[in-house]
Design a protein around this ligand. Structure first.
Ligand code: SF4
Length: 650
């Protein structure tokens, strides 16, 4: 399902200007009257009324000390004259485009020309235009009415006529009427005063309606431009609805539609359009979620919000925090409420950890409920909108940003950064492939944005990119200071059959298996395990190849040193038979040192073969009779002990 909001939907320049003038006066503390409803929108008028704005039917109702605002439609000259006479403080919010029409008709009627006005004579704007005509004038709403006038007043054919249009007049009817006028009145001065905001809005609505299977026109039923929009859309899309507020949303039709178009009249506040959008999308969310990923759906909604000018942002002060919502004073009569799920994107976050009473927040208005006197607000959406700009910039300048990992999902993790969910694929989440992602959960991580899809507001990040940079920097530092013999404390990262790889602070070196132990071992795991902290030193370096050979064995552990110090020639000790040959038996004195008991040194009696007397694993007492440190040979004798025993017996 797609939802497209017309870019031109909502307040036009003139209406926005008029509403801003009223709001500014309210901020200045003025008591404000508007001459008639400020715009043709009941909801906006009600909201302003709730803030103290009153409506005057005539200038006489306004007293001293009160300020009167003339609305964007403008007024007849007689009204401005009266206001001046009464000395009333007045702000003229007449749209400059309407003022231009006043000027045209005033000048041309003063020259005696007949004024033709394409528009509805009962519309306040046309009443105002008429009020600036000092000569004969005629109004027409369509070509039939125009032809009637021309037939009724045939003399107009020979006079100079001046033609203007109500700013919101239907463009195609205007063009048709000009053809008739130009045929009849050869001396016609034509001024196309249809506001481009209106024509743009109408043509955009027409195109949008022709591509939609459901069209919503939001606006007041008394608003002429909203009614015209409705007629234009209806001619292109049979399922067109004119709704004044969210209460009239045709939900069942919405649920069945595939392509929904939305436009709104010039006097429709952005908050009403947004309210319709939010309610509509919430209602259809379940259907949509079954077809679309949630983030995609949210992006769709956000994209829709972006498409029209909205002033639905407010600044407020936190006045209360409960476990389910935060109450905010936004300087209006209504109470601002931020529900828990609109506070933050982190589902486990608690309101009391995020905000406290007195905090000032920037928020997006979600919904206004005048009956309940509440405004539904979202901090999450404001942060997300603001945060997205930060994400886009980070992608452009490749800068490093931080976020907290909130979820482990299929294929990676989700990190929340500046209110935006960033997907970090597993291949980019850790320094090396295959590492567990569990340890990242709830951790603050630094990453780069490596890919964004602006339309869908999706961002992909890489922690690995940052880790690689760190490693590179550390490697540079290492090579600048590295020298043979330098000692390091490292962590065993992995084991292979030929050695152990050790992280010595951002760079890896290898301890060869022969360097792990003074004694012969079959696998490095006999000495170290992954994760062990080890003391190593550099044995050899090859910066070109990036190879670092590490030493692990210590001299004091060298068994030949131990033998030298603790087992001198003549020492009697217990040894273990570890191997048998024809010429004798090998026996382990200490780990890493074996000696030979020659067959002639086993017994005082003649021994044919060592295995006749000894077996592997047997422990026997011997005397060390000779040590050759150069050739690493040790001679042991059992017989020497027997000789000693006989001597002792004698
Ligand atoms: S529609 Fe055009 S002329 Fe009318 S108030 Fe808006 S900007 Fe002004």
């Amino acid at each position: 399902m797609s939802v497209t909001v017309a870019k031109s939907a909502g307040f036009c320049f003139g209406v926005s200007r008029a509403v801003n003038i009223v709001e500014k006066l309210l901020e200045e503390g003025k008591r404000v009257y508007t001459l008639g409803p400020i715009i043709h929108n009941r909801h906006m008028v009600d909201e302003l009324a709730s803030r103290g704005v009153k409506i005057a039917e005539t200038p006489e109702e306004v007293k001293n000390g009160e300020t009167l605002v003339i609305r964007s439609h403008g007024v007849p000259k007689s009204t401005t004259d009266l206001i001046e006479q009464l000395g009333i403080e007045c702000r003229n919010a007449t749209c400059p485009f309407v003022l231009k029409i006043h000027k045209i008709v005033a000048e041309h009627s003063a020259a005696g020309e007949i004024i033709f006005i394409a528009g509805d004579e009962k519309h306040p704007e046309v009443e105002g235009i008429i009020g600036h005509c000092s000569s004969e004038y005629h109004t027409y709403t369509d070509c039939t009415k125009l032809e009637e006038i021309l037939n009724k007043f045939p003399y107009t054919k020979n006079k100079t006529v001046c033609v203007v249009a109500q700013t919101t007049f239907d463009v195609s009817e205007w063009k048709k009427s000009l053809k008739i006028l130009q045929k009849v009145c050869t001396n016609a001065k034509i001024f196309d005063t249809i506001c481009s905001a209106t024509s743009d809005r109408q043509s955009e609505a027409e195109i949008l309606a022709s591509h939609s299977d459901l069209m919503l026109v939001i606006g007041g039923r008394h608003s002429s431009n909203t009614n015209k929009l409705f007629q234009i859309c209806k001619s292109k899309c049979r399922e067109t609805y004119l709704i004044e507020s969210v209460k009239e949303l045709p939900l069942s039709a919405v649920k069945q539609a595939n392509r929904i178009g939305i436009t709104a009249g010039a006097s429709t506040p952005a908050s009403i359009i947004k309210e319709v959008l939010v309610t509509m999308t919430e209602e259809i969310k379940n259907i949509e979620e079954s077809k679309t990923e949630p983030s995609e759906f949210e992006a769709l909604l956000e994209e829709s919000f972006k498409n029209y000018n909205t002033d639905g942002r407010v600044h407020g002060v936190v006045v209360g925090v409960t476990p389910t919502e935060v109450r905010v004073d936004v300087g209006r009569k209504q109470t601002g409420i931020i529900p828990l799920d609109e506070l933050s994107d982190d589902p486990s976050a608690k309101p009391e950890d995020l905000v406290k009473v007195g905090d000032e927040l920037d928020l997006v208005i979600m919904k206004t409920n005048d009956q309940e006197g509440t405004i539904l607000l979202s901090k999450r959406r404001f942060d997300s909108q603001k945060g997205w700009d930060t994400i886009v910039k980070a992608e452009e300048d490749k800068s490093i940003i931080t976020g907290v990992v909130t979820e482990i999902v299929k294929g990676g993790v989700i990190a929340l950064s500046n209110g935006v969910k960033v997907f970090i694929p597993a291949s980019q989440a850790t320094a090396t492939r295959g590492e567990s992602l569990e340890g990242l959960l709830k951790q603050e991580v630094s990453f780069r944005i490596i890919e964004i899809t602006k339309q869908r507001r999706r961002a992909v990040g890489s922690i690995r990119s940052v880790l690689n940079d760190e490693r590179k920097k550390k490697a540079e530092e290492f090579w600048a200071e590295a020298e043979v013999g330098k000692k390091y404390t490292g962590t065993v990262k992995s084991l292979t059959s030929y050695g152990a790889f050790v992280d010595i602070g951002g760079i890896d070196g290898m301890i060869h298996i022969s360097e792990l132990s003074w004694s012969r071992i079959k696998h490095p795991s006999e000495v170290v395990n992954v994760g062990d902290t080890v003391e190593v030193y550099i044995k050899a370096l090859d910066q070109e190849k990036g190879k670092i050979s590490l030493g692990y064995k210590k001299d004091e552990d060298n068994p030949w040193e131990i033998l030298k110090n603790q087992y001198p020639v003549g020492t009697e000790c217990e040894v273990e038979v570890v191997g048998l040959t024809q010429f004798g038996a090998f026996a382990k004195i200490i780990p890493g040192i074996d000696g030979l008991i020659h067959v002639s040194q086993i017994s005082n009696d003649r021994v044919e073969k060592p295995e006749d007397v000894l077996s592997v694993g047997q422990k026997v007492n011997v005397k060390i009779t000779a040590i050759d440190f150069d050739k690493k040979r040790i001679s042991l004798s059992m017989k020497a002990l027997l000789d000693n025993a006989e001597e002792d017996a004698e």
